[in-house]
Ligand binder design. Structure first.
Ligand code: SF4
Length: 317
């Protein structure tokens, strides 16, 4: 966008913004630097820092980069604070008055009224992150046990309501792999979301200094690759959770498709690219540019595909 000078290994195809608030989020998600009790730097979300700019300068730059085709989508991450939905709607209306660009909002809407407000302001797609793959983990990392306001039940009610407000195909969720779930549990929830008409996208858990989960490790790359592959097959209606098999430890042992299809899917590299809204590549959100890359922000080269096939060694037969 030209707001800062810097070196880019991969150009973002979406413009990513985060709401600004003095103070942290009212919620307390254990993995999040914005959580109310986190000791992390206030400008962080995941491993990425979000410097502050005035609204007018940001809108001006988006207008230019959308007109030249550099920005294909605007994605706004909202932390929760009392005026957040007013701020979001004001920003989206001001942006849409100047340029026609698809807008996604990633937020915790808390109630149906906020979904309608966002829709009327011009939001095209909404993401409501469940983050955890099971109700128990959800309670621990972002629900009651974590001192947060969210409940598993309410998240699914809001996802269903969001489909009514934004239409099928325009609602996403995110799942963080590596919070303590098994592969089987995450693949099961991926299928549940797809069956509801919600697009599930994946993040790899990223420990951030100062958060409650700072001491936890990243997920094993091989396990993440298997979940990415299973997600790709389910989202593209090539397989289903019920047709897959898992061992006692919950690791995927059969993807429910023939070998040729499985190898072709892996060799396409698509399952291992960033997942999310159309035109989202979110470079280096979970990893340093030097790698290993959990989510590739671009097409993979043949060497990278070969490395992944090795990581999936045994799973592609
Ligand atoms: S609601 Fe979002 S911003 Fe707030 S603590 Fe949870 S993950 Fe972080």
């Amino acid at each position: 966008m030209g707001l800062l000078e810097g070196k880019l290994d991969a150009e973002p195809t979406t413009t990513y913004l985060m709401t600004y608030n003095q103070g942290k989020c009212v919620a307390n998600c254990g993995f999040c630097p914005q959580a109310k009790t986190s000791q992390s730097k206030a400008e962080l979300l995941s491993r990425v820092s979000w410097p502050t700019f005035s609204t007018s300068s940001v809108i001006g730059k988006i207008v230019n980069s959308a007109k030249t085709g550099k920005t294909k989508r605007v994605c706004i991450q909202a932390i929760n604070y009392p005026q957040v939905f007013g701020d979001l709607c004001g920003f989206i209306q001001a942006l849409k008055a100047q340029v026609s660009v698809p807008v996604s909002v990633s937020c915790q809407p808390l109630n149906a009224g906020n979904l309608w407000l966002l829709s009327r302001a011009g939001t095209d797609r909404i993401g409501i992150a469940i983050d955890a793959a099971t109700p128990q983990l959800f309670g621990k990392v972002k629900g009651e046990e974590a001192g947060g306001p969210y409940s598993w039940q309410d998240e699914f009610t809001l996802l269903r309501t969001a489909i009514g407000v934004f239409g099928e195909g325009n609602v996403s969720t995110h799942i963080i792999v590596g919070l303590g779930e098994t592969e089987k549990e995450v693949v099961k929830i991926i299928q549940k979301c797809v069956d509801m008409g919600v697009l599930p996208a994946l993040f790899a858990f990223t420990p951030v200094k100062g958060t409650a989960l700072a001491a936890k490790s990243k997920p094993k790359l091989e396990a993440y690759r298997r979940v990415q592959l299973a997600r790709y097959l389910i989202v593209n209606a090539l397989s289903r959770f019920e047709d897959m098999a898992f061992n006692k430890a919950g690791q995927t042992t059969d993807f429910g498709v023939g070998k040729d299809l499985l190898v072709n899917a892996a060799e396409s590299g698509k399952p291992f690219q960033t997942s999310g809204c159309p035109d989202c590549n979110r470079p280096f959100y979970n990893e340093k540019p030097g790698g290993p890359l959990y989510n590739y922000p671009r097409n993979l080269n043949p060497q990278e595909t070969a490395e992944i096939k090795q990581q999936l060694n045994g799973s592609l037969t």
